[in-house]
Design a binder for this molecule. Structure first.
Ligand SMILES: [Zn+2]
Length: 82
């Protein structure tokens, strides 16, 4: 089982979207919309994960909570150097 709980929820959501679209558009189009939505969300989640990893990768300053950039806090470390 390589399936995550979130994955199942996503598939269910897309499935219900497909069902919901059936009365309005041809079944073929509702399937296409569902598949496109599924992969769209997947790509979005992947992108978000990468962004979050990048953001927390270097950590945050314990003093002010600013993002650490090149092992230095943009707020505190500049002051300390003086
Ligand atoms: Zn700081």
């Amino acid at each position: 089982m390589g399936f995550e709980r979130r994955e199942i929820l996503l598939i269910l959501g897309v499935f219900f979207l497909m069902i919901g679209l059936l009365p309005f558009i041809a079944p073929v189009y509702s399937v296409i919309v569902a598949v496109v939505t599924y992969f769209g969300i997947h790509m979005f989640v992947k992108h978000r994960k990468k962004q979050i990893q990048k953001a927390v990768g270097e950590g945050v300053c314990v003093v002010c909570g600013a993002r650490i950039n090149q092992n230095k806090c943009p707020n505190c470390d500049g002051v300390k150097d003086i």
